[in-house]
Design a protein around this ligand. Structure first.
Ligand code: AMP
Ligand code: MG
Length: 407
């Protein structure tokens, strides 16, 4: 059994980034950027109007009010997409719509609401004083040309897609989705939808794995529930090892009589880096490699599998797609948290803000077979080994589940 820190540094030595590919912007949602997206031009690209109204010289509006309007000559129209080439001179103005280029000579916009309105007439009454720059969106006020808008490693969400379109990107370079094989072992495992016979249970772990792999942005390309016999394991695994960058198993790596997974890994030539880590749940964690393929064997208890994925495999898959490690948070315990003498301890929990402080408590269901402990959870709480439970008021590490929010 090795400490978590040592095991993590072994895994880190075998990490690599997956290849990149070009995708159309419309297909880029949820992919991970493998390039910096740079502002190809300043934004706004030119001074333009923030309102429908009149482009004026602010000096010409001095003293204007409802009771004593200023009359200006209307010498043109500038609309979005059709700028006016006319330069305005003293006493002149141009009708200027939202997004339209500010005509030369103008330094302010008067909203149409503060005038006698748009018309075909060649004069307009201005009812308000306009200060220089009023209602003008200045060139480059949002971003300068050449600035990095979105760094590589960012997940593409609606804001990123929109920003890329704004700056004219029609394709993006993204990381290929790591190919992942997931499998579960156990003669007792039955797929939901079938009737359970005595002693059987439904497979839940592969459903959890499959969701989690998708959340990271990677792709499950092979999956299977395999009986506890070496031949079935061998045939699934030899194909998975050939085609996948990451292979994840649940079950069959403990000390049981029918726990063959590790044996078959070894038979197939997988290099064993560690098996058993000082943690609860999930002590019999196996990590091996074959060529560049990373192989993780997680124990089958549903909470061990789920927490094991989040603590060990989530960071691996995300770093393969160029993402930086997310910092874990620290919170104040509201209730005692059990500690182990020589193992780190992880339990699903809830974290929330109370009086400006991040506070938390673990689920009261602490068994590694109790998957319902994950239901209300928005985080995994973790502590190193120690004597006796951590007490309310003490600090604990919080690993927020990335798709949850802090209440
Ligand atoms: P094992 O690691 O194979 O000894 O399994 C430990 C416990 O997890 C046993 O109670 C198994 O029945 C259960 N288990 C194993 N695989 C799964 C799975 N895919 N879904 C739900 N429970 C599982
Ligand atoms: Mg088993």
């Amino acid at each position: 059994m090795i400490p978590i820190k040592e095991a993590k540094s072994i895994v880190e030595k075998h990490l690599f980034e997956v290849e990149k590919e070009q995708v159309l912007l419309k297909n880029a949602g949820d992919r991970i950027l493998a390039q910096d997206v740079v502002a190809s031009f300043p934004s706004p690209r030119f001074d333009n109007s923030a309102m429908d109204g009149f482009a004026v010289r602010s000096v010409d509006t001095i003293g204007a009010s409802n009771d004593s309007p200023v009359t200006l000559n209307m010498v043109g129209v500038s609309s979005a997409g059709t700028p006016s080439n006319v330069s305005i001179k003293e006493g002149e103005c141009i009708q200027c719509m939202t997004g339209a280029k500010i005509p030369n000579g103008a330094d302010a916009i008067v909203m149409v609401e503060d005038s006698s309105g748009f018309s075909e007439a060649n004069v307009v009454q201005i009812m308000i004083e306009a200060s220089p720059g009023k209602h003008i969106r200045k060139e480059a006020e949002e971003i300068k040309k050449g600035k990095v808008l979105i760094p590589a490693g960012t997940r593409i969400t609606p804001g990123e897609v929109g920003t890329c379109a704004t700056f004219g990107y029609s394709t993006l370079t993204v990381f290929k989705r790591p190919k992942v094989a997931i499998f579960g072992t156990g003669d007792e495992l039955i797929e939901p939808g079938n009737e359970l016979k005595p002693g059987e249970i439904y497979n839940s772990n592969l459903y959890v794995f499959s969701e989690l792999v998708e959340y990271t942005g990677a792709e499950v390309v092979r999956q299977g529930i395999i009986k506890d016999n070496k031949d079935s394991l061998r045939s699934f695994l030899s194909e998975a090892l050939d085609t996948c960058e990451v292979v994840i198993s649940s079950g069959g790596v403990s000390m049981g009589r029918y726990d063959y997974v590790r044996d078959v890994f070894m038979e197939l030539g997988v290099e064993d880096h560690f098996w058993k880590v000082a943690q609860k749940p999930g002590k019999p964690l196996f990590f091996g490699t074959m060529d560049s393929t990373l192989i993780f064997g997680l124990p089958g208890n549903p909470v061990s599998s789920y927490i094991g994925f989040m603590e060990w495999i989530w960071p691996v898959l995300t770093s393969m797609m160029g993402q930086k490690k997310t910092k874990k948070l620290t919170g104040i315990l509201k209730k005692p948290f059990p500690r182990e003498k020589i193992k780190s301890r992880f339990i699903f929990g809830e974290a929330w803000i109370e009086n400006g402080q991040l506070v938390c408590q673990s689920s009261t269901k602490v068994g590694s077979h109790m998957l319902t402990s994950s239901l209300k959870a928005n985080c995994i709480l973790g502590t190193e080994h120690g004597d006796g439970p951590l007490q309310p008021g003490e600090k604990i590490t919080i690993n927020i589940l990335p798709w949850k929010t802090i209440k």
